[in-house]
Design a protein around this ligand. Structure first.
Ligand code: IPM
Ligand code: MG
Length: 371
């Protein structure tokens, strides 16, 4: 398969983790005889520094012309700490999501047996957790009208949803539930918000087309608690933009590190794949950033194009790296593996797993002989 991939590395640790995902996709192309081409473009703080615009037109065009977008991370403390900044890196990502019509953000939450101990939650509670958050991504309070009073003493952000915006992601979420454990939980705040009542009404109606799927409802405050006390109860969580943003960071605690959580953002004509974590500016250039979230996002990219065998090869290599503790410090305090080491191991493993395992075996044999 020929794929044109736009690569938007962004800020902070974005470039170093993105480099690993490109390496992994290049290994997949080599192993499975595909042709993937990569075009780099600026977004976020780096784009503001270079052009004054967090999403330059050239970047948007490259994304529109591509089959898929691979996205690193954006954000820079010099903007976070300046409430008067006129442009912000995050605006680039929001504009990109809106311009590409990426209305569904899909965030799988799973556990790895070798990492259960990394979570602050009890192992017996989280073991075998496997659910997906479907977060609406191009509407709601993120995109509603904003206002700051002239005297600067009051401000507002409108939350708006149309039926169509609810319906299109609801269908995707029901279809996913149908192919999984057939349970969909709508998370809202319909005891308070009109938009949530609209979500409930539409989702109840759409549920009639998916009789095999059980639908239930949770208020977002309760959902935040349920995700921690009994995460295995969930199969598909469907929710609006801001609730999904918050709940997915919370849910990452179950996996053991936010550095593990991948996502895809899907629209009618475009798709973007990005880790859920931010730009972690404190770690920039130190080689400690975990590349697994973006590598797993690259696996989601492969699945999007029905390259399941290829995606499995990536996921198996990721699992192996975790099992062998070839991991960055967020996962593993004992070995000193860098971002690059993890990317190298995973791409080598994809290309020739026997050789990599053989070398590792010899290495450990060699070590024990020395001792
Ligand atoms: C995410 C991030 C973004 C969001 C930020 C960087 C704009 O937190 O993708 O979850 O709030 O959507
Ligand atoms: Mg977020």
């Amino acid at each position: 398969m020929d794929l044109k991939i736009a690569v938007l590395a962004g800020d902070g640790i974005g470039p170093e983790i993105t480099e690993q995902a490109v390496k992994v996709l290049t290994a997949v192309a080599k192993k499975f005889k595909h042709s993937f081409s990569f075009t780099n473009a600026d977004v976020g703080a780096i784009a503001i520094d270079n052009t004054g615009n967090p999403l330059p037109d050239t970047t948007l065009q490259i994304c529109k012309d591509a089959d898929a977008v691979l996205f690193g991370a954006i954000g820079d403390p010099k903007y976070d700490n300046n409430p008067n900044a006129k442009v912000r890196p995050e605006q680039g990502l929001l504009k990109l999501r809106k311009s590409l019509g990426l209305f569904a953000n899909i965030r799988p939450i799973i556990t790895y047996n070798a990492l259960l101990h990394k979570s602050p939650i009890k192992e017996k509670v989280i073991k075998n957790t496997n659910f997906i958050i479907f977060r609406e991504l191009t509407s709601g309070i993120y995109f509603g009208k904003k206002n700051v009073a002239e005297d600067g003493l009051s401000a507002s952000d409108d939350c708006f949803y149309s039926a169509e915006e609810v319906d299109r992601i609801a269908h995707l979420a029901f279809q996913a539930a149908k192919s999984r454990r057939k349970k969909l939980t709508l998370v809202d705040k319909s005891n308070i918000l009109e938009t949530s009542r609209l979500w409930r009404k539409r989702v109840k109606e759409i549920a009639k087309q998916y009789p095999e799927v059980t639908l239930d409802f949770l208020f977002v405050d309760n959902a935040a608690m349920q995700i921690i006390i009994n995460p295995r109860q969930f199969d598909i969580i469907l929710t609006e933009n801001m609730f999904g943003d918050i709940l997915s960071d919370e849910a990452s605690v179950i996996s053991g590190s936010i550095g593990l959580l991948a996502s895809s953002s899907i629209g009618e004509n475009n798709a973007l794949f990005e880790p859920i974590h931010g730009s972690f500016p404190q770690a920039k250039g130190k080689g400690i950033a975990n590349p697994l979230a973006i590598i797993l996002s690259a696996a989601m990219l492969l699945e999007y194009f029905d390259l399941y065998e290829e995606a499995d090869a990536v996921k198996n290599a990721v699992n192996k790296s975790i099992e062998l503790e070839i991991s960055t410090p967020d996962l593993n305090g004992t070995q000193k593996n860098t971002t690059n080491d993890v990317g190298e191991f995973i791409s080598d493993f994809i290309i020739d797993k026997k050789r990599v395992l053989y070398q590792l075996e010899n290495l450990s044999l060699g070590q024990s002989t020395i001792i």
